[in-house]
Design a binder for this molecule. Structure first.
Ligand SMILES: C[S@@+](CC[C@H](N)C(=O)[O-])C[C@H]1O[C@@H](n2cnc3c(N)ncnc32)[C@H](O)[C@@H]1O
Length: 248
């Protein structure tokens, strides 16, 4: 399954009330949205017809989230579904996740693209060096280890999508400050010269879920149901719903 097919299925299963995308490019992933949406990209150049009520913002994600009310286009400043697919460097993806999480609730889902590079050249930080691949995953895969280490409360699901793998994050918590507090050290650790030391478990996708099996799980309906509950009840419901996934 390709990453856009996974995203399309998540739109179908979650019927998000709001969708935020970092990295719009020609609109390939934004065209999957049918809900109130925000797309951020300093260089977007649409070739796809968009079929949703969208605020397209021609800026970097960092500048966007530094605004006073970045999500003013939504009824409430809450994101049901996010797709992080902007600058493919770990420090950018890390900040993108931290910023997106500020606007989540227990039932929100965050999808991060390019998290499973297929070889070390594809994970290079310097895009100008030829890798023999058409895709550039960059080193965004590094944020997975950070999330698992500093945020064991999150459920981070690696998904075997083509071409460069996806991670779906469930159970976000905007009150948790662990990532923010560690940000300086984390970002410093990411910025190292190529070639990157990509873990074998990332390259061979040994922990990755097959997308079809993942999409079949009952958890998606539980996340939708949690939206209408008070936050404490929603957290309890999501915690219960994700428990089987932690064991996988
Ligand atoms: C891989 S493309 C996005 C593809 C799109 N999501 C899709 O699946 O059809 C990455 C995009 O991220 C954009 N980008 C680069 N740096 C960015 C930043 N700091 N903030 C937001 N977008 C950025 C680039 O301009 C590029 O269009």
């Amino acid at each position: 399954m390709r990453r856009h097919d996974l995203l399309a299925e998540l739109h179908r299963l979650l019927s998000p009330r709001s969708y935020l995308e970092i990295g719009v490019n020609v609109g390939g992933s934004m065209t999957l949205s049918r809900t109130r949406s925000i797309g951020i990209d300093p260089y977007y150049s649409l070739t796809q017809e968009l079929l949703c009520d969208v605020h397209l913002v021609r800026t970097s994600s960092d500048e966007f989230f530094a605004r006073e009310h970045p999500l003013a286009h939504f009824d409430e400043p809450l994101i049901d579904l996010a797709f992080i697919d902007g600058m493919h460097l770990a420090e950018y993806a890390f900040r993108d996740f931290v910023n997106v999480e500020r606007f989540t609730h227990p039932g929100s889902v965050v999808v991060i693209d390019d998290m499973l590079p297929r070889d070390v050249p594809e994970a290079r930080r310097d895009r100008s060096v030829p890798s023999g691949r058409t895709a550039w995953a960059g080193d965004v895969y590094k944020i997975l280890a950070t999330l698992r280490e500093l945020r064991p409360d999150l459920v981070c699901l690696e998904v075997d999508t083509a071409p460069t793998g996806t991670v779906v994050v469930i159970n976000p918590d905007p009150t948790n400050r662990a990532l923010l507090e560690a940000a300086d050290d984390v970002v410093e650790s990411y910025v190292v010269p190529d070639p990157q030391d990509v873990p074998a478990a990332i390259l061979d996708r040994r922990r990755a879920h097959q997308p079809e099996a993942l999409l079949d799980l009952p958890v998606w309906g539980e996340l939708v149901a949690a939206r209408d509950l008070p936050v404490a009840d929603a957290r309890a419901r999501v915690t219960q719903a994700v428990a089987p996934l932690r064991a996988v």
